[in-house]
Design a protein around this ligand. Structure first.
Ligand code: Z5A
Length: 215
C-alpha cells in the first residue's frame, strides 16, 4: 500500500507597507507575471477581502467613525479571522498562489507602533485571528511616509487612517522596519521610491528566489 500524496499547499504572499507605497499596483503586476508563467494566482486584501470584511472595512476607513483604539484593533482582527477561514486557507488548500494586500504585520505596525497598544497583546490577537497561519513570504514596500501620503492624496480623499498626523505614519514605518529586522527569514524589504517597473523587477526576483517558482 502506498502512502497518500501530501495535499497541495499553495503559497501565501503578503504585501505590507505605508499607504501609497504601491502594494495594489505591485500585486496586479506580480499576478500578471506569475499567471504568464502558468501559475494559478488569487488576490485578496485586508481589511475587506470577504463580504463581512467589506462592511468592517467601510466602518474602519470612515472619517466620521469615532473609533477608540481597542475597538479599531478588534475590528481589524475580526476582519482577519473571517478572511483567513473564508479565503486564505481554501486558496492555499487548492494549491494556488495567494497575493494579499496587507495582513497581520499591519496590525503590529499600525495598532502597536502607531497607536501604542501593547505589542504582546497585538501579537496574541493576531495569533487568535490567524489561528497560527503565517505567510510564506512578505514583501515590505518601504517608502518615506510623506511620499506615500502624497501619492495616496493624488488618487482619492484621505480615509480615517490617512488623516493621522505625520508622527503616527513615521511610527508605523518604524514598526514595519522593526518587523523586517525581527523576521528576516520571512520579510523582504523592497525600497519603493523607484518607478513601478523597477519595483516590480525587484518583487519578481524575490518571489522567484525565495519560493523557487520561476519555472
Ligand atoms: N490597517 C490597520 O491599521 N491595521 C491592519 O491590521 C490592517 C490595515 C490590515 C487600509 O487602507 C488601512 O487600514 C491602512 C492601514 C490600516 N491605512 N491607511 N491609510 P487601504 O487598504 O485602503 O489603503 P492602503 O493599504 O494604504 O493602500 P493604498 O493607499 O491604496 O496604497 P497602495 O496599495 O500601497 O498603493 P497603490 O494603490 O498601488 O498606489 C497608490 C498611488 O501611487 C497610485 O496612484 C499609483 O499609481 C501610484 N504609484 C504606485 N507605485 C508607484 C511608484 N513606484 N511610483 C510612483 N507612483 C506610484
Amino acid at each position: 500500500m502506498t502512502a497518500a500524496s501530501p495535499a497541495p499547499r499553495g503559497w501565501f504572499i503578503t504585501f505590507e507597507g505605508a499607504e501609497g507605497a504601491g502594494k495594489s499596483t505591485q500585486i496586479d503586476m506580480l499576478a500578471r507575471s506569475l499567471r504568464a508563467r502558468g501559475h494559478v494566482v488569487q488576490t485578496s486584501r485586508e481589511p475587506g477581502g470577504t463580504a463581512a470584511g467589506i462592511k468592517i472595512r467601510t466602518l474602519l476607513l470612515d472619517p466620521q467613525a469615532r473609533l477608540v483604539p481597542r475597538s479599531e484593533l478588534l475590528l481589524y482582527a475580526a476582519d482577519r479571522a473571517q478572511h483567513v477561514d473564508e479565503i486564505v486557507r481554501p486558496a492555499l488548500a487548492s494549491g494556488c498562489v495567494l497575493l494579499c494586500d496587507r495582513h497581520a504585520d499591519s496590525l503590529v505596525a499600525y495598532q502597536a507602533y502607531g497607536r501604542g497598544i501593547d505589542l504582546q497583546l497585538v501579537e496574541d490577537l493576531n495569533r487568535i485571528a490567524t489561528a497560527g497561519l503565517v505567510p510564506d513570504l512578505t514583501l515590505l514596500l518601504d517608502l518615506e511616509p510623506e511620499v506615500g501620503l502624497a501619492r495616496a492624496a493624488q488618487r482619492s480623499t484621505a480615509d480615517r487612517l490617512e488623516r493621522e498626523d505625520l508622527a503616527f505614519h513615521r511610527r508605523v514605518r518604524e514598526g514595519f522596519l522593526a518587523i523586517a529586522r525581527a523576521r528576516p527569514e520571512r520579510v523582504h524589504l523592497v525600497p519603493a521610491a523607484a518607478g513601478v517597473e523597477a519595483v516590480h523587477r525587484q518583487v519578481l526576483a524575490v518571489v522567484e528566489k525565495r519560493l523557487d517558482i520561476s519555472s
